[in-house]
Design a protein around this ligand. Sequence first.
Ligand code: ZN
Length: 599
Amino acid sequence: MRWISNFGRASSLAVVLLWALSVGATGAIAAQRSAAALYKDAQTAEKRLHQSATRLKKKSEWNKVSKLYRKVVLSHPQSGYCDDALYYEAEIQVGIYRRFADQSALQRALDTYLLLANGYPSSKWTKRARLSRGKLMLERSDRKNASIELRKVAKQWANSSEAAEARRLIENMSVPRRSASESLPPGVVGVRNIRHWSDSKREYTRVVIDLDKDVKYRQGQLEKPDRIYFDLIGTRVTKALASKPFPVEGDFLKQIRVGQNKPDTVRVVLDFKSISDYNVFWLPDPYRLVVDISGEKPRPSRAPEALVAAEPTPRVISPARTDTTSPGSPEPATAASSERAEVDLPPPPRADGEHSLAQQLGLEARRVIIDPGHGGHDPGTMSKKGLREKDLVLDISTRVAALLEDEGFEVLMTRTQDVFIPLEERTAIANSKGADLFVSIHVNASRSSKPRGIETYYLNLATTPDAAEVAARENASTTRRLSELNDLLQKVMNNSKIDESKELARHVQGTMATNLFESTKDSRNRGIKAAPFYVLLGARVPSVLVEVAYLSNRKDEELLKSAAYRKKIAESIAKGVRSYHGTLVRKTSLDTGTRVAGQ
Ligand SMILES: [Zn+2]
């Protein structure tokens, strides 16, 4: 876990000590406690901060945590905890900057990252610290220095996901700026693009507004006709966007209008047939405002004509073979629970022997979305030997798709090639294509080479620091930013199928553990977990994210190299989906007379 064993200790120490002297070190008292204890103090304080909405509102509480991390470095500058402490301290300062618009905190964050990078150059955090500096500099429109930092990351850690992100940012720097310089004065945030995905049948639309930066906005809803508008403050619509038509198909979302409402405000208006509900959230890197809008509540099972709607954008692997056979009892029925995680059993089927109307009519849609993580310029995690997550998960996903197709499922894949698909588009595909479930497939990585095995996630607040870290990595974001997701999740989760997703997670994890390890008690069965993944945010169908193995573990890496093992993984996932689908069919039959559609 600690990475400072093999570099110039003297120079790093000098840096830290110089710095300590310059601010007037108060480490004497703290030195009585060990570095480990001090570091733990800071972590505990940080956890308390993130758990309390009241604390989060007070800058003094944030500063307290920041100081506790710094105390580790001041008291034990040679300790292996220093790099971790500095990294987390910097993240806290970024949090202060964002939440309280405190420019001095931004400067402190930049300095702290630099102290980490210079003082502990062989720390695992160094590349991320440099990357973060580059990104913060970009936010300050300090393009020259940002470019220097980002190029450093791209060159020095060429095979890392940080380098991939740095390269992407460098690319982005050169592309939109040219059009920006045409029309936007410095300091004005550009509204660059508007994208949308709709399904008129299900009355669902996701609209994404791409901006240079997150901005304050006002939102409002007007009636007759129903419409939602967003006033984006301090923004200017680009000429390219203003002149762009927005072809809208279907009759739920009728029209998108964008215009410069005031000199400093862009208004985006979405016209609808009728709206029952909508959610709004930001995604970072690059900034985009995501709006999910529903008309009627989604129906639990679709009428047959909904099946025709699929467009070729995500490849339709095969038309549905509608099949009324209900699979037998849930597959992971032999799965015992492990002490370490929630690997409990799926509930036994309720044997009422009834067939639903949907089943009798053969209307079960059985449409599954398989989402191979990452792709294109985003390789995901990478092993030292160069195995890339994006390739492995595409291989496994393709196998899962073929297996499910053989069993009569209709399968859509979010990508079938090595291309980049934004996270928000993946869920939008699931929602707008009337899927029954959504399975995102990934490969895990850890800072330690020890962890190995499988875990399956569903959308919720992260329940463990490990889960938060996995989410941070998959979101290409920081664990600190995840804490800001709390409010958002409360809103968005109203429409999400949390219980169903947890159930799906249990089935998939259960069959994987049984198939791959023979016993669910195997320590490689890491269980089901909750975390806020952007890719699952706003999904209206049961959705899970499977981490099939650890590329950071040598043995798991060996296994992943083998096509036979990848095939086995795929078989296990497909089996889990089939097993879950079995309960879905049974539930539908129970629900027909008793429950309100979509609830
Ligand atoms: Zn991933």
